[in-house]
Write a protein of this length. Structure first.
Lengths: 263, 358
């Protein structure tokens, strides 16, 4: 499919001149790129290049010293993480960040919390709006459970699940927010081939069926080249290349960053 | 066999999300409520009501309050008794200074007072966690007792800081017999327990648990940490405040600020550790265990010592109690950190298949 078939449109997210430092460590230095609506955008780079920091800046976990983030036409330097969630930015983590004491169902339901309006008083009496909301959101969560094929583990505490399934539950929890922009931090790290193929399929389905814009960090170059529309390459906190997978693959700076240069 | 769920189909989400989805649970809770409301008042004598059941129910309510904060929202607190004290002394002042106020309204208002103070002492939780937060809540424990002892207005200028709970009545029915006090306590505890059970299985409860399990992930999916933590402090303190009010009005009658000392906070913490952290049922099991253990020891130890021909003085029995508490807490922390409630859950899972596990 060509980009226009998938409805890739104007930029939904623009990152301009973002710099982030932790004391003397400069994690990001003047990074700029944009993400278009409905596209799959990959961020790659060697270890320590600042990829996860970039995602953390986009969804408000880290607060950059310089630069602006423009999401859906609203510019800001930083924000609180839960506000980013309310604006429609979903996120998964490199090291699984599920709520270990809760079941799969409750974990995914927590993703719907941001959409619930009833107060704790209504919820404690369990009538009216609170009950209706709980049931309506349960229905929506079940759709996501079907979509990601995890019906059989609904009632299992997530701590008991194998790694691959935990990654999938984390994706489910992010999808439950119905995000417009989904940030995936190494969704396929540590998976075997079959699990990777499943995960790729889910990511592409999410992008296609829900029209969700995806930004993902991934180390598996095969995956990146296959599923992404455009790729940003970071190295030592700077952007060194930006373009389609083919352009990036042929870029000499990128090859040098990954393989090293003879001096 | 007894606890089999085969044949119980839940075809709608409404059925699946009932408070007790299993028929056996519904029957059990119904039987328990009937027994508690009808059978017990008919059968139990004054000693049972005043010395066992009322303190058990009040302790369970306070433990439930602490469990909401510590077990569900993951914020460790050592100030439980202080919030109970606020409940007790606030009720006293509402009844004293607002003529004709219904006692239940006074309980609720006192709970709200405790909730407000709870929010204030919950503010450090926005910056600090775990052990350090526990130390910060110790400040509540000492400050509140200090304030009650020093500010004469709170105790109506009683010389020793001791207050005597006024006589209370509901709809003209005086609450003066142990039976009436038991029924009042039971009603309040049953209603609040139901509300808590609903709360922890809905959006607020999930937000609490999310903050407990992984706070960064919670904020990333849209849960405001500040609001959630402070709400947990408020609700928890409300429960403790109402428990404190009942402690004064249906159990002790005459209260001094020192009744709400740090030791009481620790006892309630032990209840949720033994009963089960993060479980409504666990609060009740833990309270039952800690209230009933000394009595059970007093019943069991003398016959044994007599049979063995050794005289055990009373002082040793009460020390024995502390030793058993200590040993049990270590036991639970190591072997079953989720407490009696978890053991009960395991038993239920086994009962689903028993007696034919294959």
């Amino acid at each position: 499919m060509t980009p226009s078939d998938r409805g890739i449109g104007a930029p939904i997210l623009a990152v301009e001149g973002v710099s982030l430092a932790f004391g003397g460590v400069r994690a990001l230095q003047g990074v700029s790129f944009d993400v278009r609506e409905h596209e799959v955008r990959a961020i790659i780079g060697p270890n320590g290049a600042g990829k996860s920091s970039m995602l953390n800046v986009i969804n408000g976990v880290y607060h950059p010293q310089e630069g602006t983030i423009t999401f859906k036409g609203r510019s800001r330097r930083d924000m609180v993480a839960h506000e980013a969630a309310a604006q429609g930015i979903g996120r998964t983590f490199q090291n699984i960040a599920l709520f270990r004491g809760m079941t799969v169902l409750d974990n995914i339901m927590t993703g719907r919390n941001v959409k619930m309006r009833s107060t704790f008083l209504e919820q404690s009496i369990w009538i009216g709006r609170a009950r209706r909301e709980e049931l309506a959101h349960r229905r929506k969560v079940e759709e996501i459970i079907d979509f990601l094929e995890i019906q059989h583990i609904r009632r299992t505490p997530v701590g008991r699940l194998p790694y691959g399934l935990q990654k999938r539950v984390e994706l489910a929890r992010a999808l439950a927010m119905e995000p417009e922009l989904l940030l995936l931090d190494e969704p396929m790290a540590g998976m075997n081939l079959e699990e990777k193929q499943d995960m790729c399929r889910f990511i592409l389905d999410v992008n296609e069926q829900f029209g969700t814009t995806v930004v993902l960090i991934e180390h598996d170059m095969g995956v990146v080249m296959d599923i992404s529309d455009r790729v940003v390459v970071l190295d030592y906190g700077r952007k060194i290349a930006d373009g389609t997978p083919d352009e990036v693959r042929g870029n000499q700076t990128v090859i040098d960053a990954y393989l090293g240069v003879a001096h | 066999m007894l606890y089999r769920e085969a044949g119980q189909f839940r075809a709608t989400y409404a059925e699946d999300q009932q408070i007790f989805p299993l028929r056996q649970d519904r029957v059990a809770i119904g039987v328990l409520l009937v027994a508690a409301f009808i059978a017990v008042p008919l059968v139990a004598d004054q000693y049972w009501l005043s010395a066992l059941l009322i303190p058990f129910l009040i302790a369970a309510l306070a433990a439930l309050g602490l469990n909401i904060l510590t077990g569900y929202a993951g914020q460790l607190s050592l100030g439980t008794a202080a919030f109970m004290a606020i409940g007790a002394f606030a009720t006293y002042n509402f009844v004293l200074r607002v003529p004709g106020i219904p006692i239940l309204a006074a309980f609720v208002l006192a709970g709200i007072c405790a909730a407000i103070v709870g929010i204030v002492f919950g503010l450090p939780s926005l910056r600090i966690k775990g052990f350090y937060l526990a130390v910060a809540t110790l400040a509540a424990q000492f400050f509140v007792l200090w304030a009650i002892q020093r500010i004469g207005w709170i105790t109506n200028h009683s010389a020793s800081g001791v207050i005597t709970a006024q006589n209370i009545a509901i709809l003209g029915v005086p609450i003066d017999t142990p039976r009436a006090k038991y029924l009042l306590t039971l009603s309040v505890v049953a209603v609040l327990a139901l509300l808590a059970k609903n709360l922890v299985r809905s959006e607020t409860g999930r937000a609490f648990m999310a903050v407990r399990d992984m706070d960064v992930a919670a904020s990333v999916i849209g849960i405001p940490l500040m609001k959630t933590k402070l709400l947990a402090f408020a609700i928890s303190s409300f429960y403790c405040g109402v428990a404190g009010a009942l402690y004064a009005y249906t159990y002790l009658g005459t209260v001094e600020p020192e009744a709400f000392n740090l030791e009481l906070s620790f006892r309630i913490l032990f209840m949720i550790i033994i009963g089960g952290v993060g479980s409504v049922l666990g609060s009740f099991l833990g309270a039952a265990f800690i209230v009933l253990l000394p009595i059970a020891l007093n019943l069991v130890v003398p016959p044994i010592s007599e049979a063995a021909g050794i005289e055990i003085p009373h002082a040793i029995i009460s020390n024995l109690e502390l030793m058993i508490f200590g040993a049990l807490i270590i036991f639970f922390l190591i072997v079953e950190p989720l407490g009696l409630a978890r053991l009960w859950q395991i038993a239920k899972e086994k009962l689903r298949l028993w007696p034919f596990p294959h």
